[in-house]
Each structure stands twice: as structure tokens, then as C-alpha cells.
Design a protein around this ligand. Structure first.
Ligand code: GAR
Length: 224
């Protein structure tokens, strides 16, 4: 069987980016395995200068730009253009990967249960920007990353998976960001796999993942 025919049945995914696209790259790399249950069919950016666009093109992925600036204050017009691009490519699932635009309830509703986001903090702590500096200022000993289903409220929605890292006395926002980013790159392909396999069930606002459960053990920081 031709490789194309073998992968024809995989669910199509769009990754929405605004910047460098390292999480996008992690998803592209995971989906390069024909056994992965989804294929990255489109990378969409709201910024024509997003570095991730070149990275996606180099990996042979179709890229498009829907520049929010072309729509001025017409947020709905911007989102209708985004949605049209997603429909045109037959997209089944959307991954937000450093996509720095707030989405309206209309767009979120269209993709409800089919759109996930990665956030560089252990939600519901540190929603929004500058999460690493804020975690350091708060003095938390554990920090991390979250993948969640997208709902209209920013950085909210049922949590699919989280990964924690210890915070060291000498950490800076940059050293912490690097440690958390490595976790994001681990978590995001896992979450997309579960989504594409239909294994995420939401009950009373909580995700249950078919075939996955909490690990034994604990993480204590500082070390004891
Ligand atoms: C990532 O750390 C992602 O979690 C964060 O932006 C960065 C994008 O990096 N997203 C948010 O803060 C959204 N609330 P990347 O472009 O290299 O993936």
C-alpha cells in the first residue's frame, strides 16, 4: 500500500500559532509517525512574521496566514476567516500553540470539544502572560504546564494533562521557561493523541482519559 493511502484516514489537525512554534514542531514530529492517530494538515498564523511558519513549511506542512490586523476591530470577521480556512482543509481538531489572540464564544463554540491549548503553568494558577516570572514572585516550589480543552474563558477549560517541574532557588524566568517548555513538548503530543483517539471524556468539567490514570508517587521540592 502507498504511504499516502496508509495515512489517508487520519484525522486532520490544524495548529494555530503566533510565534516561534516550538510546540507546533513537537506536534509535527509526533505526527510524522504514521501510527500517530492524526496528521498535521495545516499551520495557521495570525502573524505573517511568525517564525514557526518557516519551520512548518520546511517540514512540508501547508501554512496559511490570516492577519488579524487586516480585520481591525472586527474580531468576528477575523474568526470567520480562520474558520473558513479550517473548513477548507477539512480540519477535525485544532491545537492552539502559542496563539496569542483571545477567541470569542462564537469561535470556541464551533470547535467545542475539538480544540486544545497548551499553557505554561499549572492551571488554574497563573493564567495569562509572564507565568514564569509570576511563579517565581509567588515563591511556588512546583511549576509546570497544562493542556486543556478550550472554553470561552481564557486559560480555563477541562484539564487534559499536566506536568510539574521543581523550582530551584537560583531559577530565573528564562531557566524556568526552558524547563517548562520541555514538559510542554512532552505533554502536547500526548494530549492530541488522546483527543484524536476519542479517549477524552468530560464529566462535570473534569476530563477522564480512557486507558490512562494518575501515576503512583509524588514530587517534593526542595528535595528531602
Ligand atoms: C508556550 O510556552 C505556550 O505554552 C505559551 O506560549 C509559548 C509558545 O511557544 N502559550 C501561552 O502562554 C498561551 N496562554 P512556542 O511558539 O515555542 O510553542
Amino acid at each position: 500500500m502507498a504511504a499516502g493511502a496508509m495515512t489517508a484516514g487520519r484525522a486532520k489537525v490544524a495548529i494555530l500559532i503566533s510565534g516561534r512554534g516550538s510546540n507546533m514542531a513537537a506536534l509535527i514530529e509526533a505526527a510524522a509517525d504514521p501510527a500517530f492517530p492524526a496528521e498535521i494538515a495545516l499551520v495557521l498564523s495570525n502573524r505573517p512574521d511568525a517564525a514557526g511558519l518557516a519551520r512548518a513549511a520546511a517540514a512540508g506542512i501547508t501554512t496559511e496566514v490570516v492577519d488579524h490586523k487586516d480585520f481591525g476591530k472586527n474580531r468576528e470577521g477575523f474568526e470567520r476567516a480562520l474558520d473558513a480556512a479550517l473548513q477548507a482543509h477539512g480540519i477535525a481538531f485544532v491545537c492552539l500553540a502559542g496563539f496569542m489572540r483571545l477567541l470569542t464564544p462564537w469561535f470556541v463554540g464551533r470547535w467545542e470539544g475539538r480544540m486544545i491549548n497548551v499553557h505554561p503553568a499549572l492551571l488554574p494558577a497563573f493564567k495569562g502572560l509572564d507565568t514564569h516570572a509570576r511563579a517565581l514572585a509567588a515563591g511556588v516550589r512546583l511549576h509546570g504546564a497544562t493542556v486543556h480543552l478550550v472554553v470561552p474563558e481564557m486559560d480555563s477549560g477541562p484539564i487534559v494533562v499536566q506536568g510539574a517541574v521543581p523550582v530551584g532557588d537560583d531559577d530565573t524566568p528564562d531557566t524556568l521557561a526552558a524547563r517548562v517548555l520541555a514538559v510542554e513538548h512532552r505533554l502536547y503530543p500526548l494530549a492530541l493523541r488522546w483527543l484524536a483517539e476519542g479517549r477524552i471524556n468530560v464529566e462535570a468539567g473534569r476530563c477522564r482519559i480512557a486507558g490512562a490514570s494518575a501515576p503512583a508517587g509524588l514530587l517534593i521540592a526542595p528535595a528531602v
